[in-house]
Design a protein around this ligand. Structure first.
Ligand code: F6P
Length: 543
């Protein structure tokens, strides 16, 4: 059976019977120059695929498969605003969000890049107001604490990025304390509110749709908190909201309905997918943390990767290679688990960000032609800071029964200007762990002498395919490149699998059923229509 009904698919299947059956350590014995042949760089980023179960020929065949799947045309469609999100009848134009002002792109007779920059300029004015201490709360004190209320794409991207780039906080500015609240049950928010001063706290309500119940429930709670704090002063509610709430959404009407005046709105567009939105005004918390100049650097880094993706030949193209080697692992070697292992505490939220980006985009089993697929798509993806995971789930990676592909992500340089020799040493220690782990995972205990004399429980079989991504340093620019790299990787895989990566119908039914169940949770006499388990659980809750 030919997986993708393409000639290169058949060739890859044949190829998998030889190269795919080899141990990675043998591949190194056969070719000691694997690193030179199978690592690729662009700008300050290097991707090493030599610890994957591939050869030069695999890369060639995978590039041919990408060509036969019309990837070039799909990339052009993505960038030019064709409605490739067919089930929602929209383009997916996150690349426009990081295009420089000098470019233009017409959509419905409007230049979207100019619109993007108008909104960025508006955001800059707002950020300046906070950083200069001019945004005042209801008692006249400057706001010094901002809480972002959002979930999914309206939370994970800004949360991850502002954490990763904290050291780029401009020192000259009025420091803003930043918090992120997402959990529907109120636990994030209620614990946090106890520690905050309402007079100096502002909430950003971030929601593309402005109808996500998780976010609206937290927002209502925050509004009640501000109102209660002000109850003696009796400031009119409109004024309180104006001083303490900003809305970021693609739905201005819903923000108005909620009570946020248009002066406090930041917009983005329905052609920005939630999980692709950190580059838009959803990035306001990032800009508050690192300043607008650094935020623009983040966009510039992503744009550099966009250009590389659009223009480079497939066999030199980092997102294409990352994606196609994933396809090789998933569809030809049968690997369906993927660990994301950043060796850098600043990237601690990258795994959960990528969980949404990859699994919400490509966790699909129906093709663009509305047919059920007969091959695997997105693997299970999870991760943790590498050195912490070494004390947790690495046991499974080394000696469990499952094949897992792994991305190791690290920075070559860090703490160069620090006075602390201990910190410099910690960086080296961290790098040595990163390299050691990918070495053992790929090569097994062939890297040590006399391993064959050890009992089986002390042996390491290796052969887990590993990619190492090295950034020279973590900066807004390289971080922008890294996230755009993964975004494009996801897109390439969707093209090969022939699925729409920009919708997420699979999460909709849960929202409807939860809404339908609410009355039965409030009033257990209404449980009769439900299934036996749900009825039993609700009765138990009320007992
Ligand atoms: O439920 C899934 C989802 O729609 C994600 O795709 C999105 O990022 C998240 O909810 C939040 O949506 P919104 O920004 O509209 O509140």
């Amino acid at each position: 059976m030919n997986l993708f009904k393409k000639e290169a698919g058949t060739d890859l299947q044949e190829h998998s019977l030889t190269v795919g059956k080899q141990h990675i350590s043998n591949l190194f014995k056969q070719n000691p120059n694997r690193f030179e042949e199978l690592s690729f760089s662009f700008g300050d980023m290097l991707l090493d695929f030599s610890k994957q179960r591939v050869t030069k020929k695999t890369i060639k065949l995978l590039s041919t498969l990408a060509e036969q799947c019309d990837l070039k045309k799909w990339i052009n469609d993505l960038y030019s605003g064709v409605k490739i999100n067919t089930s929602e009848d929209r383009p997916a134009l996150h690349t426009a969000l990081r295009s420089p002002r000098t470019l233009s792109l017409q959509l419905n007779n409007e230049d979207v890049i100019q619109q993007v920059h108008e909104n960025l300029d508006r955001m800059e004015t707002l950020v300046e107001k906070f950083h200069s201490g001019q945004w005042l709360g209801y008692t006249g004190s400057p706001i010094n604490t901002v809480v972002n209320i959002g979930v999914g794409g309206s939370d994970l991207g800004p949360f991850m990025t502002s954490k990763a780039l904290t050291e780029f906080t401009p020192s000259s500015k009025n420091k803003i304390e930043l918090h992120f609240v997402s959990s529907m049950d109120g636990s994030h928010l209620s614990n946090l509110l106890e520690t905050l001063d309402p007079c100096r706290t502002l909430f950003i309500i971030s929601s593309k749709s402005f109808s996500t119940i998780d976010t609206l429930a937290n927002a209502a709670n925050a509004r009640e908190w501000i109102k209660q704090a002000d109850q003696h002063a009796n400031t009119p509610e409109e004024l309180l909201i104006k001083q303490h709430f900003i809305g970021v959404s693609a739905s201005p009407e819903k923000m108005i309905q909620w009570g946020i005046p248009s002066s406090n709105h930041l917009y983005f567009w329905d052609w920005t997918g939630g999980r692709y939105s950190l580059w838009s005004t959803i990035g306001l918390p990032i800009a508050l943390r690192i300043g607008m100049q650094n935020f623009r650097e983040l966009l510039a880094g992503a744009h550099e990767m966009d250009n590389h993706f659009k223009e480079s030949p497939f066999d030199q193209n980092l997102p294409v290679l990352l994606a196609m080697i994933g396809i090789w692992n998933i569809n030809f070697l049968g690997i369906t688990a993927h660990a994301i292992l950043p060796y850098d505490g600043r990237l601690s939220h990258l795994p959960s960000y990528l969980e949404q980006l990859e699994m919400e985009s490509n966790g699909k089993c129906i093709s663009r032609q509305n047919e059920t697929l007969n091959f695997n798509t997105c693997p299970i993806l999870w991760g943790e800071i590498g050195t912490n995971a070494q004390h947790a789930f690495y046991q499974l990676l080394h000696q469990g029964t499952l094949p897992v592909m792994c991305d190791f992500i690290a920075c070559s340089k860090r703490y160069e200007n620090s006075n602390s020799n201990e910190l410099k040493r910690q960086h080296q220690l961290n790098l040595s762990n990163c390299l050691a782990q990918s070495q053992i995972l790929a090569l097994g205990d062939s890297v040590i002498e006399n391993a064959e004399n050890s009992p089986l429980y002390k042996r390491y079989r290796g052969n887990q395919p590993c990619t190492t991504i090295l950034l020279e340093r973590l900066t807004p620019h390289t971080f922008g490149m890294l996230i755009a790299l993964y975004e494009h990787k996801v897109f390439v895989q969707s093209v090969i699998w022939d699925i729409n990566p920009f919708d997420q119908w699979g999460v909709e039914l849960g929202k409807t059923i939860a809404t339908n169940l609410l009355p039965a949770i409030e009033d257990p006499s209404r449980i009769n229509e439900l299934d036996n388990s749900t009825r039993g659980l609700i009765s138990h809750i009320h007992r």
